[in-house]
Design a binder for this molecule. Structure first.
Ligand SMILES: Nc1ncnc2c1ncn2[C@@H]1O[C@H](COP(=O)(O)OP(=O)(O)OP(=O)(O)O)[C@@H](O)[C@H]1O
Length: 471
């Protein structure tokens, strides 16, 4: 190569030919006057096959498109565009005009960079992102299934999903959990699931129903006693339920019922992981995680003086409230089907819910929550010989819900009567929904007729017709 300051024509050619980007020069008549070796990669043509041809010829032969030169000749400005070649390459081409002294385009220098690979990478990345999104959904579904499968926990509602997510988050730590909720909402099964999701899952899960053990027996049942601890005691002593839970989870159901005199002992157990069995001289150490549940308002019990405030705060480290079934109607059908399958396979029979029957069960407010539903479904499975469970198979209270108080006559228009002229629009709308429901006996049909959502119909019907507890 020539000295550092001057480059020969050959040097310049070498530099241009070794440029990764294509350099493509056309003169004022659109004829290619120079192209470097990159053109072989882009078009599969040697420079000698391209030089001397016009851009129009190359484009009409289909080597690449679109053509940039005419735009640059017209605008006399730099233009950047994407081009595709017949070899499937994607190029980003910047065409720069070189003007003569009269301001006319003398040459156009085009610089083309192959972005096929970048494009491919971009495409791959987009596909990967799509895959990641899909996997995220699959993982979420698997996690949900896992939750559902462990202890057969069934739910679809957002409210229950949030509860479960909190449960999952706190399962691995040892903090005490307080489960709140009406009777039958599923607090015990929820507690079992937390245990299953915790590192203690191989250990025992011991339930103590504080309301079921007579007060005078509770201390010995819970904490056990040493041999000969008191008159009438078993000579070998007794292991308490608390000790049985060692290495696992102790579930204190209906904790609000625990007698005041035992609350101090429970407090010590939670705070120090120690307790004194009856008749023992030394405390016993224990490794348990405590989950407590109540359907009572513990703060009110504290105010009334029947529950220790310090114990309340100790229990209430993480509070999870399980909503009643009437506040999560999306769970009703999945739970009904879950129990139907469960009892059908238990009793080796086969049933399905008829539409009207399902409709009625959807509007029902379930004062006894999931427990009430489970008992009802078991009863239906056992007592109904037909395959399709119908309205007539339901207990009496459900029939009342479905019966219209006024006689509904033939045509739709003749049967809709607003009950009072002074009603608000909302009341009138509800009135219409109710009357139509009494006629059509299906929320789906009402929703379809009035072009409103089925859940709205369901809400209104429940409000007006379904507040009868069942037997
Ligand atoms: N989401 C659910 N999926 C499946 N079964 C459920 C679900 N929720 C509750 N159950 C079932 O409903 C019944 C009542 O639930 P559970 O005993 O857990 O309620 P609870 O809130 O602890 O009641 P209580 O306050 O009266 O002790 C149980 O048989 C339980 O297995």
């Amino acid at each position: 190569m020539a000295n550092q300051h001057t480059l020969s024509k050959d040097d310049l050619r070498k530099i241009l030919d070794n440029s990764f980007d294509e350099i493509f020069v056309v003169n004022r008549s659109g004829t290619v006057v120079y192209v470097n070796d990159a053109c072989e990669r882009h078009y599969g043509l040697k420079p000698s096959e391209v030089i001397g041809k016009t851009v129009h010829h190359l484009v009409s032969e289909g080597y690449y498109s679109p053509v940039l030169a005419p735009i640059v000749f017209r605008d006399k400005k730099q233009v950047t565009l994407e081009q595709k070649t017949h070899l499937g390459k994607k190029l980003v081409v910047t065409a720069t005009p070189v003007l003569d002294e009269r301001g006319e385009v003398e040459l156009i220098v085009m610089n083309s960079r192959d972005i096929t690979q970048i494009e491919q990478l971009r495409q791959d990345l987009a596909n990967t992102n799509k895959l990641v999104e899909r996997y995220k959904i699959e993982v979420q579904e698997l996690r949900q299934q896992q939750i559902n499968c462990s202890e057969c926990y069934t739910f679809r509602s957002k409210k229950m999903r949030l509860c479960m997510e909190t449960g999952q988050r706190v399962a691995p730590v040892n903090s005490t959990i307080l489960l709140l909720g009406e009777s039958g909402t599923g607090k015990s099964i929820f507690a079992k699931n937390i245990h299953k999701m915790s590192q203690r899952s191989d250990g025992p899960f011991i339930t103590i129903n504080c309301a079921a053990i007579p007060e005078q027996l509770m201390e010995s049942e819970l904490f056990g006693y040493r041999p000969g601890a008191f008159t009438g005691a078993d000579k070998t002593g007794k292991v308490g339920l608390v000790e049985l839970a060692h290495g696992g989870t102790l579930f204190l159901d209906e904790v609000g019922e625990i007698p005041l005199i035992l609350q101090a002992k429970l407090l010590q157990l939670i705070q120090e992981h120690k307790y004194l069995p009856i008749g023992a001289k030394e405390d016993k150490e224990i490794d348990v995680r405590i989950i407590a549940a109540t359907n009572r308002d513990l703060s009110q019990l504290v105010e009334q003086g029947t529950f220790r405030e310090d114990l309340y705060y100790r229990l209430d480290v993480i509070e999870i409230e399980i909503p009643p079934l009437r506040e999560r109607e999306e769970d009703i059908i999945p739970l009904l089907n879950y129990f139907l399958n469960k009892y059908d396979s238990e009793y080796n029979v086969s049933h399905q819910f008829g539409h009207e029957c399902l409709d009625i069960l959807l509007y029902y407010t379930w004062p006894g929550n999931v427990r009430e539903m489970e008992h009802l479904v078991e009863r239906l499975v056992v007592t109904v010989p037909e395959t399709v469970l119908q309205q007539k198979h339901l207990p009496k209270k459900f029939h009342e819900m479905a019966t219209a108080p006024e006689k509904i006559t033939t045509s739709f228009s003749s049967t809709i009567h607003f009950s009072s002229s002074g009603n608000s629009l909302k009341e009138k709308e509800e009135d219409l929904i109710i009357q139509l429901y009494k006629k059509l006996k299906s929320s789906y049909k009402v929703a379809e007729t009035l072009k409103i959502s089925q859940s709205k119909v369901s809400r209104v019907v429940r409000k007006h017709l379904a507040n009868h507890p069942i037997d």
